[in-house]
Design a binder for this molecule. Structure first.
Ligand code: SF4
Ligand code: SF4
Length: 600
C-alpha cells in the first residue's frame, strides 16, 4: 500500500519504523492510526506546529532516565531520582514523582533477582546503553525498521542477549504474540544503534555489528507489582526467525495496511486528524475562547474525574497504575449497558421474551454476555426498560446506532472531544440521542437539574446544536432505570433556553480543566475510593469508613456523610438535595477500572 486508507498525507510512505509494541493493538483500536504512526516521513498536508504539555506526560521516560544514571553512571538510585525529578524539562506532578520512585526501586530489585537467577547458571549480564534495531531496504527512501522500547542487557562475550520490556503495572505479555516474537527477533538478528540519540531521528540509523547471540531472553518487568515474567529464553534462533516470518511479518503487513478509522483517545495525536472522515469538526463547541496549553482530549468522564479531584484526573490521564475496586453496582451498570447495546443492534424493540427468568436454560440476549448471577441482578432493570425501549416508537425509526464512538475536534479550544452515546436513532427523520442510567433507587434527577447532574446530556445538546450530526435540531433523552421504575426525560436541542443552559454546563465543566497546569489534589472522603491514592501524598485516609467493594457489611451512612446502598455499594444521592459532585463521584465509582498501558 502507499498510504493508509481514508487519509491524505504528504511525504514518503515507504519509510517504515515499526515499534514492536505497536503490534499489541487491540480489536477496536483505530487501524489507520497505527498505519500512519509507523510511517515517520508522512505528514498532514497542512503544517501544524506541535505544542507540548508544560508537565511531564511520560512517567516511563523518567524511569528510564533514572535507570540510565544508575546503570551507566553508577549514581546511587536515591541521587539519580532526586536529580531526574529536579532536572526534568517540565513540571513533575507529586503523584507522578511518587510512582517513579516506586517504579525505579521495583525495577532494581527485580533486576537483582533476575541477575541472581542467571548467576546460578554462571551467566553475567551487563546493561547496554545502545539499543538494537533491525532495518533494511533498497535505499534510504525505502527503509523499513523494527525497533523495541525497553532495556537491553548482554553477556560480555555477546553470547547471551536479554531485552526487558517495562510494564507500568505488571507483566501482561505472552511468548506467542507478535510483539514478543518481534522483540526476540530484534534481540537475535538486530544490530546495535551507534548513537541512541539517532534512533528516532536518522534514516537509515547508523549501526554497528554485534556478535550473533547464542541465547536470547525476552523478559517483562512489572514496575508496580515487582513481578517479572520470562516470556522467552531460548537458544533456538531458527525458531525465532521462523516465528518472525510466519507471525510477525503478516501482523506487521496488516498493521501497515491500516483499517477502519475508529475514533478514540488516539485521535488527538493522530497525523490523520485533519483529513480523517471519522472526526467531525466543530470549532467553538466547548465555548472556550483560547487554545489552552496544547492539544488535549476531553470527555464527560474526564470532567467527572476532574470534578472529584484534579490530581486524580491528571494521574488517570497519565495512566498511572491504579488500585481498581469493583462492586455489584459497577457490574450491574456494565451488564445492563452491554445487554441493551446487543439488543438494540438487532434493530427491533426489546420484548419480554428477550428477558427469560434467570433460571431458564437459555438466557437469550444475555447468553455469552454475562454470568447467570449477573443476569439475575441486571434483569429487574432491563424488565423496566421494556416500557421505555427507544425502538418501540411511535414514529418511523431509522439509522439505529447503539454505542457509537464520536470524536469531535474543537479547533478554537484545540480539544478533541470524545463521546459515547448509548444510542442514536432517527424518529420520523429527527435525530434522538439517548443516554441510559441505572441506579438502585431514584437519584432525584428531574428535568430542572438533569443537565447539571448528568452533564453528558448537556454535551449531547451542544453536539446537536453545533451540527455534529448534520442537522442542528434533535432530541436528547435520559432513560433512568431502577428495579421499580423507568422514566425518560426529554430535551429539545432546538430550544434556545435548553441550548443556553447546556452550553453553560459544558463550559463550567471544561474551563477549569482547560486552564489548569498544576492539577492540585482536593482530598476528601472520596480519597478512599481513589484508585490513584497510593501515589498521592495528599490523600485522606479513612480507616474506619466503608469501602466500595459492594460488601453487604456496608453501613448505609458512613461517618463522613456519604450515603451508600448497603447491598450494592452504590453511592446514593443526597437525601434532601441532589448534588453534581456526588453524581460525579457516583459515576466515577460506577466505571470499571482500566488496566491500560500507554502506547509508545
Ligand atoms: S483521527 Fe482518529 S479515527 Fe481518524 S485515523 Fe486518526 S485515530 Fe483513527
Ligand atoms: S487520594 Fe484524594 S486527593 Fe489524592 S488524587 Fe485521589 S482523590 Fe485526589
Amino acid at each position: 500500500m502507499s498510504q493508509p486508507p481514508s487519509t491524505r498525507f504528504t511525504g514518503n510512505p515507504h519509510v517504515v519504523r515499526l515499534s514492536a509494541s505497536l503490534l499489541d493493538r487491540r480489536d477496536g483500536d483505530c487501524g489507520d492510526f497505527a498505519a500512519a504512526r509507523a510511517r515517520p516521513q508522512l505528514w498532514p498536508p497542512v503544517y501544524e506546529k506541535r505544542r507540548y504539555a508544560p508537565w511531564e506526560t511520560f512517567p516511563l521516560g523518567l524511569v528510564m532516565d533514572v535507570l540510565n544514571a544508575v546503570e551507566f553512571e553508577a549514581v546511587p538510585v536515591g541521587d539519580a531520582l532526586a536529580r531526574t525529578l529536579r532536572d526534568a524539562r517540565n513540571t513533575v506532578h507529586p503523584g507522578v514523582a511518587a510512582w517513579v520512585r516506586h517504579a525505579c526501586h521495583t525495577y532494581l530489585e527485580t533486576a537483582e533477582s533476575l541477575a541472581a537467577a542467571l548467576a546460578a547458571e554462571g551467566v553475567e549480564l551487563l546493561p547496554e546503553r545502545n539499543p538494537r534495531i533491525v532495518q533494511g531496504g533498497r535505499s534510504p527512501a525505502e527503509m523499513r525498521s523494527l525497533t523495541v522500547w525497553g532495556r537491553w542487557y548482554g553477556s560480555p562475550d555477546g553470547a547471551v542477549v536479554e531485552f526487558r520490556r517495562m510494564r507500568m503495572s505488571r507483566p501482561l505479555g505472552t511468548a506467542d504474540v507478535p510483539s514478543t516474537q518481534a522483540m526476540a527477533y530484534v534481540a537475535a538478528a538486530g544490530k546495535q544503534v551507534a548513537d541512541p540519540a539517532e534512533l528516532y531521528t536518522v534514516v537509515p540509523v547508523p549501526v554497528r555489528p554485534v556478535p550473533v547471540p547464542q541465547r536470547v531472553r525476552v523478559v517483562e518487568v512489572g514496575l508496580t507489582t515487582a513481578a517479572d515474567r520470562v516470556l522467552l529464553d531460548t537458544a533456538d534462533l531458527e525458531e525465532i526467525h521462523h516465528a518472525y516470518a510466519s507471525e510477525v511479518r503478516p501482523a506487521a503487513a496488516r498493521l501497515l495496511a491500516g483499517g477502519d478509522p475508529v475514533p478514540g483517545h488516539d485521535c488527538a495525536d493522530c497525523k490523520a486528524r485533519l483529513s480523517c472522515g471519522a472526526v467531525t469538526h466543530a470549532p467553538g463547541l466547548l465555548g472556550l475562547d483560547d487554545r489552552g496549553t496544547h492539544r488535549r482530549t476531553w470527555s464527560i468522564t474526564t470532567s467527572r474525574y476532574y470534578q472529584v479531584c484534579p490530581a486524580q484526573a491528571h494521574l488517570r490521564e497519565l495512566r498511572l497504575p491504579g488500585d481498581w475496586e469493583t462492586s455489584t453496582a459497577v457490574e450491574r451498570g456494565r451488564n445492563a449497558h452491554s445487554w441493551l447495546e446487543v439488543a438494540h443492534a438487532r434493530g427491533r424493540p426489546c420484548a419480554a421474551a428477550d428477558l427469560p427468568e434467570a433460571d431458564a436454560d437459555d438466557l437469550g440476549v444475555a447468553d455469552g454476555l454475562m454470568e447467570r448471577e449477573e443476569y439475575r441482578r441486571a434483569r429487574p432493570y432491563l424488565l423496566r426498560h421494556l416500557t421505555v425501549c427507544p425502538l418501540r416508537g411511535p414514529g418511523e425509526i431509522s439509522e439505529i446506532r447503539p454505542e457509537p464512538k464520536l470524536a469531535v475536534y474543537d479547533a478554537q479550544a484545540d480539544v478533541m472531544v470524545l463521546a459515547n452515546p448509548d444510542l442514536l436513532r432517527r424518529v420520523d427523520g429527527r435525530l434522538v440521542y439517548r443516554e441510559q442510567k441505572t441506579s438502585a433507587v431514584p437519584r432525584g434527577i428531574v428535568a430542572e437539574n438533569a443537565l447539571e447532574l448528568v452533564p453528558q446530556l448537556a454535551l449531547a445538546v451542544c453536539l446537536i446544536a453545533e451540527g455534529v450530526f448534520g442537522d442542528t435540531t434533535g432530541l436528547v433523552e435520559l432513560e433512568q432505570l431502577t428495579p421499580a421504575s423507568a422514566e425518560v426525560l426529554t430535551f429539545d436541542a432546538a430550544d434556545p433556553a435548553v441550548v443556553s443552559a447546556a452550553r453553560r454546563v459544558v463550559l463550567d465543566r471544561v474551563r477549569p480543566w482547560h486552564r489548569d497546569v498544576a492539577f492540585r489534589a482536593t482530598p476528601g472522603p472520596w480519597c478512599r475510593f481513589c484508585p490513584m491514592s497510593r501515589w498521592c501524598p495528599d490523600r485522606v485516609d479513612h480507616p474506619d469508613g466503608p469501602d466500595a467493594s459492594g460488601s453487604t457489611a456496608h453501613a448505609a451512612y458512613s461517618p463522613d456523610g456519604l450515603a451508600f446502598d448497603p447491598l450494592t455499594g452504590e453511592l446514593l444521592a443526597s437525601p434532601d438535595r441532589p448534588d453534581s459532585r456526588v453524581e460525579a463521584l457516583a459515576a466515577v465509582l460506577a466505571e470499571p477500572g482500566a488496566d491500560d498501558e500507554p502506547p509508545f
